[in-house]
Each structure stands twice: as C-alpha cells, then as structure tokens.
Design a protein around this ligand. Structure first.
Ligand SMILES: Nc1ncnc2c1ncn2[C@@H]1O[C@H](COP(=O)(O)OP(=O)(O)OP(=O)(O)O)[C@@H](O)[C@H]1O
Length: 247
C-alpha cells in the first residue's frame, strides 16, 4: 500500500489549471521525484500536500487516511513533513540548539525557550542523533549563521528529521548549491532512503536520476508520465516536453 496517494487533484488559479487531475503514489521508504519545466505546477503540488493551500477537488491520502482537509500541523503530526528554507533557522543559535528547538516542538511543547538545564538535557540526545543523520555532527556548536549555505540546508533537514517524519516533502533541496554541495546533499538523501519516503521536487537531473525510484513528469499541471528513471529517460513525450534539449 502507498504511504501517500494523490487522486484526481485539481487546483485552479482563475483560468489557469496549476494542478490538472494529478494522480501520484509514494510508497514507504521510496523516493518519488517530480520533475517538469518552470511553471509546471511542482511547487503548487507540494504546497497542497503540506496543507498550506487547499485543492479545488481531489483527494490526498496519507497512510490510508483522507487528510485533504487537514491543516499543516495535523499532517506534520501524522509524519508528513515539508522541509522549510532557511527562514526557520535561528542564525545566532548553534546548529545543536536549533535542532533542540525542533525536538522540543516534536515532543508536543509549544515553541518556547528553555528555562531549566534539566529540560535542556533531555533534548540533547535526540538533537545530536538528528544532526548526525544529516551529516552535521562535527558542526554542532557552530552558530547557524556561520554555516555554509549547503550546511544550512543540512541543518534544515536535521530539524525536519527531529520531527520523526515518515514522508519528507522536499522542494528543490539543491537550489542555490554549488556542485560539490549538491553532490553531498544527494549522497545524504541517498543515505536516508529506505528509512523515509520522499517526494522530491528538483531541477538537478543528476540528483534526480541518482536518487529516484520513481519519477513523475508534470507539464502544464498534468502528470504526463510516471515510471522508473530508465522509462522516463526514454519516454518520447518526456523527451519532447522536457529532457529533449538536454540530451
Ligand atoms: N498564488 C498563485 N496565483 C496565481 N497563479 C499561481 C499562483 N501560484 C502559482 N501560480 C501559477 O501556477 C503555475 C504553476 O506554478 P508552480 O510554481 O507550482 O510551478 P513550478 O513547477 O513549481 O515552477 P518552478 O519550477 O519555476 O518552481 C504557474 O503558471 C504559476 O504562475
């Protein structure tokens, strides 16, 4: 059974159909990449899955439950987590402290700063584990502001992992990265494969074809093809619509 199932999803902006009857499935532990030209509707899709905007029609099922009408926080509690960009990081806090805040939020406490040393101590272990999983253990005491761009993206990932997600919604995790940073993030995501399902929107085709078990191609809001990377590479409509001029 799929962990995430999208059925007949539709989102319109005036006359524009940004999500046009999209069906899509992500199995537990699988990486499903969504590719497509600019304006194809990839971000609109992720934003609906996270619960930030409502579809006009269609259904979103997570672990069998219809979550189409649920708010963001409720979806996060179920284990459907979107990685947010650097805005969610406190620049003056260390990498570890940032993840401690995410652990605290996961433990059901409202967002607040620590008053007792003992309550801090319980957060350190899980925060260190998430940092290590995101490849940042060696940078735990560095202020977030002093981390390189790629490391800040790793920190965001550590903060998402602290929420114990089952499926990650990743919207262009390699955006703005150098080639080396992008390669490192690719290997990092690869190391998480199997433990987390991922819906990956990404323009970096090297990353997509290295990571994805399944690829879907959106064009003008429509899913024109879904299959394994080999199938997608050789699909004539995909080549014509998207990959054609790159090969
Ligand atoms: N809030 C909005 N109001 C009106 N139109 C919108 C809105 N958000 C997105 N669109 C339109 O919906 C279409 C899909 O946009 P979307 O950002 O989802 O595409 P995308 O595939 O993520 O593009 P990119 O690869 O450039 O990030 C575009 O034509 C866009 O202009």
């Amino acid at each position: 059974m799929s962990l995430l199932s999208v059925r007949n999803l539709v989102k319109r902006y005036g006359g524009l159909v940004a999500t046009d009857n999209v069906d899509l499935d992500v199995a537990a532990g699988e990486i499903h990449a969504v590719i497509g030209p600019n304006g194809a509707g990839k971000s609109t899709l992720i934003t609906q899955l996270a619960g930030e905007i409502r579809p006009d029609s269609g259904r979103i099922l997570f672990d069998g439950a219809d979550i189409s009408g649920e708010p963001v926080a409720q979806r996060a509690l179920r284990g459907l987590a979107r990685s947010y960009q650097i805005t969610s990081i406190f620049p003056e806090f260390s990498a570890l402290q940032n993840v401690m805040l995410a652990v605290q939020a996961q433990q059901g406490h409202s967002f607040r700063f620590w008053t007792r040393v003992s309550s801090q101590a319980a957060l350190v272990g899980p925060a260190e584990a998430s940092l290590a999983r995101a490849g940042l253990a060696h940078r735990r005491d560095v202020a977030a502001a002093d981390l390189a761009h790629g490391e800040q993206r790793q920190l965001e990932l550590a903060m998402v992992l602290a929420g114990k997600p089952r499926l990650l919604l990743l919207d262009e995790p390699m955006a703005g990265m150098s080639q080396a940073e992008s390669a490192q993030m690719t290997e990092l995501l690869h190391s998480l494969k199997g433990d987390y399902g991922m819906l990956l929107v990404e323009h970096d085709m090297d990353a997509v074809f290295r990571l994805a078990d399944t690829v879907s191609v959106l064009v003008y809001g429509r899913n024109i093809a879904t299959g394994d990377p080999q199938y997608i590479r050789s699909h004539p409509d995909v080549r014509a619509a998207y990959l054609g001029d790159e090969e």
